[in-house]
Design a protein around this ligand. Structure first.
Ligand code: MN
Length: 726
């Protein structure tokens, strides 16, 4: 059993060595505090719990982190396991320490184990994203390292799950952060539980060959040292056997037995300067036979995780190949401690952790794997702020745009879940559905068969396009009638706001054109679309605004009747006959003059005929030009169109054309396509290759007439048109 004293002494020694300026009083206070808090807890092996935080603090110290991080490590399990609170820790040890502890606690609570390989990358991303301060990650890695070192006391199930998690999350992270030593140790410890037979095989092989290996390494080491000493190069040289997991991986990937394995040995030469690195390289190549194609210069081209060294593989006199890594002390520190080493160098500059975090982010962003062998397990960690990672109650991880709410979460799970949502729990507490989710939250959606479905407000609350699209789909499908009402209301109010008359959109001359512009078959569909949010009223009106404005102006252009320039309003109780109201005459026969075939919308006047009631002419009809003639004036009456759209009127158009075969057919087709009832269509040839068509047909009003006239004018070889006069 390990003792408190041993570990405490270990920490103090590490502090003296790596952080000599540390205020020991505050460290003692934290140890005392943590010890008091954890006093009713024991480690699985029966030793006092405080040993664990002490050991973690020692690892953190050895990484080269600052005293806040060491305090954070000492207190890292206090919030999770004891009655200690953030406030209390902040009061006693400062806000930074409290936040570090809080950060570690969040990572501890999150479940990073999953059987889904596909989730791995998200997990690692979340791990990084949750750790607002890189020191949190480092403390958590140290925590895991100590737990791995003492894994023998855990149940077999726990061993397996923790080791998997270590291989999936912690070792790759350590690698990414450049902490090779910790990565190796985590891998070797995991292998022991994940593949115990292979691990034992390798261990016993190494044990068996220990003496032999050591003798070999001593020989090589001496040979190199002798040469460098003679040349006056200050260097530290040592040999090592590659770590167990990397041997295991070589066996797996190359399908070889231990005896067949190539280069198990690696030597390091650590010197004071970069020029010395290259000098040493020359001497190594002079002393041994180099294996071609294995030289790598990571000094001039550092690895993405900052690693720098010269690598070369050579063969010694006994025919055994080995790798030599040549680097400076600074490169060595970086290689061993990675990000932490960098952190240590920066400490003196007083750089804030925020900036450090930026630095890590840039480091991770810039990483592009180039060295396939080293980077087999490479992973990409995005620490972009635009993603948030949360869990389902079953531990599945869901990635959402940052700022997302339970609504987004629900629709990310399934549209059925979103549509049946009646509430949500975040971290087991009832939460508002507009709660902003944070990394690591466990989100549960409460659903009901009787749910009324999403509310329109959700469209503005949710952050993800996925949710928005699905909510819109629901409205589109489920609530058509309601959508039409909502949509019409907002469309009408927007039309009003823009000063456009609603009547314009049902104007037959305009309607098909407007609907085409809006890409709808009818207005109800468009209202429905506005209602469910597929289209905004502002956009819809914006698209047709110009056309409506133009047509409204055009309608106003015809001069009002000369005979009733500004006359009093026609009495409302007049009866319309054939769609025309004759002023001052309540009920009379009406007929439309054959000469000018007026249609609703035309400015018209009435002529009291002898015995045939009132004949209606267009104001511009030549036969109506004698209105001012005193002899006739009394027979001309003011008339106007009643608002009866359903009554069709005959009208005639004359088309001037250039004669061509098929033109008649074109005209007929155009009329049919416009759904016009044609009553007469005749053509006659004129001199000079010209011809004239006369078309008599039914229209509702002048707007429709103009619409058809336009269509006809668009026919090739139709060069002019006029209203029929005969
Ligand atoms: Mn712990």
């Amino acid at each position: 059993m390990e003792t408190f004293e041993e570990h405490y002494a270990g920490l103090q020694e590490a502090l003296r060595k790596y952080a000599p300026g540390t205020d020991m009083a505050i460290i003692d206070q934290a140890v005392e505090y943590a010890n008091a808090k954890h006093k009713y807890q024991k480690r699985k092996d029966g030793s006092p719990y405080i040993i664990h935080p002490l050991a973690v603090a020692q690892i953190v110290t050895e990484m080269g982190l600052d005293s806040d991080a060491v305090l954070g490590a000492l207190l890292h399990d206090c919030i999770e396991d004891t009655d200690a609170s953030h406030e209390e820790i902040a009061r006693l040890f400062g806000d930074t320490v409290a936040e570090l502890v809080e950060g570690v606690t969040k990572l501890t609570r999150a479940n990073f184990s999953t059987s889904e390989q596909a989730q791995m990358e998200n997990l690692r991303k979340m791990f990084m994203a949750m750790s607002k301060d890189i020191r949190v990650v480092l403390i958590k890695i140290a925590d895991r390292l100590h737990n791995m070192r003492t894994m023998q006391y855990q149940s077999p199930e726990k061993q397996i799950s923790k080791c998997r998690e270590t291989m999936d999350i912690y070792a790759p992270l350590a690698h990414r952060l450049g902490m090779q030593r910790i990565k190796w140790e985590l891998e070797d410890l995991s292998l022991r539980y994940l593949a115990p037979e292979r691990h034992n095989e390798i261990m016993s092989y190494l044990k068996e060959h220990e003496e032999q290996d050591e003798a070999f390494m001593r020989t090589i080491q001496n040979k190199i040292t002798d040469r460098l000493t003679r040349m006056g190069i200050q260097a530290t040289v040592y040999g090592r056997i590659k770590h167990v997991y990397s041997i295991y991986r070589k066996m797996q990937s190359q399908g070889k037995t231990l005896d067949e394995l190539y280069d198990l040995y690696a030597f390091r030469v650590i010197v004071d300067s970069i020029p010395d690195c290259y000098n040493v390289l020359g001497h190594i190549h002079d002393l041994f036979n180099l294996v071609p194609g294995r030289f790598k210069d990571y000094i001039s081209t550092p690895k993405p995780n900052m690693y720098q060294s010269l690598h070369t593989t050579v063969i010694g006199s006994q025919g055994i190949p080995f790798e030599v890594q040549i680097r400076t002390w600074e490169m060595h520190e970086t290689a061993e401690y990675g990000i932490a080493a960098h952190w240590k160098y920066k400490q003196g500059t007083g750089a804030g952790s925020e900036k450090d975090f930026e630095w890590v982010r840039r480091l991770l962003e810039s990483q592009q794997d180039s060295d396939a062998e080293e980077y087999v397990q490479s992973l990409k960690i995005d620490m972009f702020d635009d993603e948030v990672f949360v869990f389902t109650p079953k531990g599945r991880i869901v990635s959402l745009p940052s700022g997302s709410t339970p609504i987004d979460f629900a629709y990310a799970i399934h549209s059925g879940v979103g549509n049946a949502m009646v509430g949500a729990k975040v971290n087991n507490r009832i939460a508002n559905i507009d709660t902003t989710l944070t990394n690591g939250d466990i989100v549960e959606i409460l659903t009901s068969k009787n749910a009324k479905g999403p509310s329109r407000d959700w469209l503005t609350i949710c952050k993800s396009n996925q949710a928005r699209t699905k909510i819109k789909q629901w409205f589109k499908k489920e609530k058509r009638e309601e959508n039409v009402v909502h949509g019409r209301a907002s469309f009408e109010s927007e039309m009003k706001r823009m000063g456009l008359p609603m009547s314009a959109i049902t104007d037959p001359a305009l309607e098909p054109h407007l609907l085409k512009k809006l890409s709808f078959d009818n207005w109800e569909d468009m209202y429905a679309a506005i209602g469910y949010g597929g289209l905004t009223a502002v956009k819809a009106v914006g698209r047709i605004r110009d056309d409506v404005t133009k047509s409204v102006k055009a309608e106003k252009t015809p001069v009002p009747l000369k005979l009733n320039p500004d006359g009093e309003a026609v009495k409302q109780n007049r009866h319309a006959v054939n769609g025309v109201i004759v002023e001052d005459i309540d009920s009379c026969m009406i007929k439309f003059a054959r000469c000018c075939t007026p249609v609703p919308g035309d400015a018209i006047v009435g002529f009291i005929t002898k015995g045939f009631g009132v004949s209606i002419h267009r104001v511009d009809c030549p036969n109506a030009q004698n209105r001012t003639d005193p002899k006739q004036a009394a027979r001309w009456v003011r008339v106007r169109w009643a608002n009866q759209d359903d009554h069709p009127f005959d009208t005639t158009l004359e088309l001037d054309c250039i004669t061509r075969d098929g033109l008649l057919l074109d005209v007929a087709t155009t009329m049919t396509a416009a759904h016009v009832r044609v009553k007469e269509l005749v053509g006659k040839d004129l001199p000079g290759g010209k011809s004239m068509f006369t078309v008599r047909f039914e229209v509702k009003d002048v707007a429709e007439l103009d619409f058809i006239r336009n269509k006809l004018m668009n026919i090739r070889d139709v060069i002019g048109s006029r209203r029929g006069q005969n």
